[in-house]
Design a protein around this ligand. Structure first.
Ligand code: KG4
Ligand code: ZN
Length: 347
């Protein structure tokens, strides 16, 4: 009762997967990065048009790869929020249409829930409660996962998301788009302690600092000033050292807050999700800190950290197995807190 055809088109990946509970039977991800690279970022209208061109073929390939037929599918899911409205509409309309034609249950899925469920695909025995550090192009959150669909956000960014900071700093350093993987690659040859940078603490009215919130705009400005000063001295920009120092600062700050939060609320399992969870320095810091504090840390494979439909299908499968389906009137939303994920279902 839980084999799902899932579609994810919230940003610049056209992805379709077939998932049976926590088992991925096929996962097709067609990245549009090459198209958007020349603009230095995602162009929403271009993304929507590409999703239109790529979705049907991705569905066919997902069936071919899995060896399944429509008779094997129990439900059809698509990401419905948050994301680019035009892009989301393509996947959601495809899923609703197929659900009507094939007479199958339809489920809308919250995009961040997909990132959380990357960990369910990684460890089939994982069960709530646990803490999720969700770091993507649009979000930087510490989420207490209490049950399927029940989430409490305990920390978030006050300005830029972690991935956004990686992308902006990469641009400052003359690196390509998307910036995260580029910084990660270049930083390997750099000295992480070359340039001390501010870790982006969030001040509280009482003079202290928020234990779990982040702010990356000050860090981004610090890198900008450094680049300007180095350029004014007509030095050749030490790109590797700058990339490594920036990456190390972000990875250390995120790790510190996540570990502190897990300890404070007495959770022994910490998982990560979102594109920035692919970052090698962050993974290393988390692994080391988990060992030090005797926490269980789950690092999903890179293919389930960045956007894909397998994680969306896994989330939908858990909801459908609890009898939850979405109404055909469900629309898309550019913003939606993950705490509202359950409002997408009628039962
Ligand atoms: O989760 P995701 O694929 O899409 C969103 O939902 O936003 O995340 C994309 C973000 C981009 O900002 C990208 O630069 C970043 O994840 N990213 C990385 C790495 N791989 C992707 N950031 C740091 N290190 C990486 N290895
Ligand atoms: Zn994402």
């Amino acid at each position: 009762m839980t084999t799902i055809l899932a579609i994810e088109t919230s940003c610049d990946e056209t992805a379709v997967a077939i998932v049976k509970k926590r088992q991925v039977l096929s996962s097709i991800v067609t990245s549009q990065i090459a198209t958007h690279r020349r603009y230095g970022g995602v162009v929403p209208e271009v993304a929507s048009r590409q999703h239109l061109e790529l979705t049907n073929e991705a569905i066919e390939r997902a069936f071919e790869e899995s060896g399944l037929t429509w008779a094997d599918i129990d439900g059809i899911a698509a990401t419905c929020a948050p994301g680019l409205v035009g892009a989301l509409l393509v996947g959601l309309t495809a899923a609703k249409t197929l659900a009507l034609v094939r007479q199958k249950p339809f489920l809308g899925v919250h995009h961040l829930e997909g990132h959380i469920y990357a960990s369910y695909l990684t460890d089939p025995n994982l069960e709530p409660p646990f803490l999720c550090l969700l770091v993507s192009g649009g979000h930087t959150s510490l989420i207490h996962v209490k049950a399927c669909g029940v989430y409490e956000t305990l920390g978030q960014t006050r300005d830029d998301a972690a991935g956004e900071a990686f992308d902006k700093v990469a641009r400052l350093l003359g690196l390509g788009y998307p910036g995260g993987p580029e910084i990660d690659r270049v930083a390997r040859a750099g000295n992480a302690f070359a340039f001390p940078l501010p870790e982006g603490k969030v001040k509280l009215p009482n003079g202290g600092f928020h234990p779990y919130d982040s702010s990356f705009s000050g860090l981004k400005t610090a890198v900008l000033r450094l680049v300007q000063t180095l350029k004014a001295d007509s030095e050749e920009l030490p790109v590797a050292d700058l990339a490594a120092s920036f990456q190390d600062t972000v990875a250390r700050a995120l790790t510190k807050r996540a570990i502190q939060c897990a300890i404070d609320i007495n959770l022994s399992t910490l998982v990560i999700g979102g594109g920035v969870a692919a970052n090698s320095s962050l993974r290393q810091y988390l692994q080391d800190a988990a060992t030090e504090h005797q926490l269980n840390v789950l690092l999903p494979p890179l293919k389930y950290c960045t956007d894909n439909a397998a994680t969306i299908g896994c989330a939908a499968s858990e909801h459908l197995s609890r009898g939850r389906i979405s109404p055909m009137t469900l629309g898309v939303q550019s913003r939606m807190p993950v705490s509202e994920a359950l409002s997408l279902y009628t039962a």
